[in-house]
Design a protein around this ligand. Structure first.
Ligand code: UDP
Ligand code: MG
Length: 148
């Protein structure tokens, strides 16, 4: 089944939003398949965001991601990549609808609390980068209550 890489950024950790964010994905019916708190090195953050290396905000973005621990997660479910992006909201919190994570908990683009993969292909790459050790194979007993 489809998987997405979701990361609570250092501001989300510092502001005590871990439980709230996990709750939103969990209550939706997605399965948590990988979870760890980690403080990454600059070179690792640069690798994660390598597609954005030419952007003017790149250096600030990397400094932000390495500024404290993040919570790295793998969530699984039908359509989790696209639906995850909807749960998260637009990149700029000023344009994120209320009810989304960024719409409810963030104000500026440089402190937007959470990352989510933008495609199935980037999810695959990001999961391989963040979880080289692999993820859990557990299966939820609620499956037939969530899917028909
Ligand atoms: N970002 C920023 N300034 C910008 C655009 C993006 O600081 O003008 C940061 C922001 O933290 C964003 C991250 O760079 O979440 C990655 O940008 P992307 O366009 O991939 O947005 P996302 O996929 O996170 O919505
Ligand atoms: Mg992105």
């Amino acid at each position: 089944m489809e998987q997405s890489f979701i990361m609570i950024k250092p501001d989300g950790v510092q502001r005590g939003l871990i439980g709230e964010i996990i709750s939103r994905f969990e209550k939706k019916g997605f399965y948590l398949k990988g979870l760890k708190m980690v403080t990454v090195e600059k070179s690792f953050a640069e690798k994660h965001y390598e597609d954005l290396s030419a952007k003017p905000f790149f250096a600030g973005l990397v400094d932000y991601i390495v500024s404290g621990p993040v919570v790295a997660m793998v969530w699984e479910g039908k359509g989790v990549v696209l639906t995850g992006r909807k749960i998260i909201g637009a990149t700029n919190p000023a344009e994120s609808a209320p009810g989304t994570i960024r719409g409810d908990y963030a104000i500026v683009v440089g402190r937007n609390v959470i990352h989510g993969s933008d495609s199935v292909e980037s999810a695959r790459k990001e999961i391989a980068l963040w979880f080289p050790e692999g993820i859990s194979a557990w299966q939820s007993n609620a499956h037939s209550w969530i899917y028909e």
